[in-house]
Ligand binder design. Structure first.
Ligand SMILES: Nc1ncnc2c1ncn2[C@@H]1O[C@H](COP(=O)(O)OP(=O)(O)OP(=O)(O)O)[C@@H](O)[C@H]1O
Length: 257
């Protein structure tokens, strides 16, 4: 099979969204299957808006979104069936226990109940929540709720997992669990897109990185490619730049007014 016949996990072309001001402008992104893609950018760069459009939660003004070959704007139901979205603010029902919540979400995706129960148990175990599985979420910390929400995003085993700031608010041990879980998914062939302000996470985990500012893509590629790109624009001297150096240089140089 030639490279040309590989179906990309995500192809975004010419995406535009304006609220009071333009939030996303002429954005192109490509995410390959089986990779962890980190979308980086300063506050207000348009990351969440972009990912909400990909997840079918915000309607673009213009542009196209293809998820594993499915036209997400023409057939949102089919696109959503293979996609999961976990926002930065966990939205779970406090009155449910994690197990009940996961069974509820699984029901929305038509996951067979027995399979859902087993999968919920596994996910809660992996995320260190097994002992809380039957306690109502109302007393949970923000980090615990975030992990329940992440388990909810994974319950139907989505081909494309989209996470907005998945590590914010997690303690070191929980962050490690989540990172290991994401890495395991990617190692097993899953595709993950995440935003993060923790550049070290992107540096260590991402196969490729997209940097946006002012709603526009400034650069996209492997860390080495971004270093080279920053070098060409007069940023990085030599090959030893950290992602932070490259990021700060690109966003300082390239942010449209
Ligand atoms: N629902 C909305 N209504 C109006 N403006 C919005 C809405 N959502 C986002 N914006 C605006 O769009 C721009 C991009 O916001 P967005 O949340 O996508 O940025 P971000 O890169 O995710 O930022 P952060 O890193 O701070 O989370 C901002 O100027 C924001 O104020």
């Amino acid at each position: 099979m030639g490279a040309a016949s590989v179906t990309e996990a995500l192809i975004v072309r010419g995406l535009d969204k304006t609220f009071a001001k333009p939030a996303v402008r002429e954005l192109d992104l490509t995410v390959h299957p089986g990779e962890l893609y980190a979308l980086l950018g300063p506050n207000g760069a348009g990351k969440t808006t972009t990912l909400r459009m990909v997840a079918g939660l915000t309607k673009p003004d213009k542009g196209s979104i293809s998820i594993f070959g499915i036209d997400a704007l023409a057939d949102p139901a089919a696109a959503k069936a293979v996609t999961a979205w976990a926002p930065d603010e966990a939205m779970i029902y406090d009155r449910l226990t994690p197990l009940e919540y996961l069974e509820f979400v699984a029901g929305l995706w038509n996951v067979e109940p027995r399979h859902a129960k087993a999968r919920a148990g596994e996910l809660l175990e992996t995320l260190g929540l097994a002992s809380e599985a039957r306690r109502r979420c109302e007393g949970f910390s923000r980090g615990m709720k975030q992990k329940v929400a992440l388990a909810g995003a994974l319950i139907h085993d989505p081909r494309l997992l989209i996470l907005d700031e998945p590590l914010t608010g997690l303690d070191a041990a929980s962050a490690r669990l989540v990172k290991d879980m994401l890495q395991a998914r990617v190692d097993a062939g899953g595709t993950v897109i995440l935003t993060t302000h923790i550049l070290e996470v992107a540096e260590r985990m991402a196969d490729r990185i997209g940097i946006i500012a002012g709603g526009r893509l400034l650069a996209e590629g492997t860390l080495d490619a971004l270093r080279a790109h920053a070098g060409k624009t007069g940023a990085g001297q030599g090959g030893g730049d950290t992602l932070e150096d490259v990021f700060l240089q690109l966003t300082a140089d390239g942010a449209p007014a």
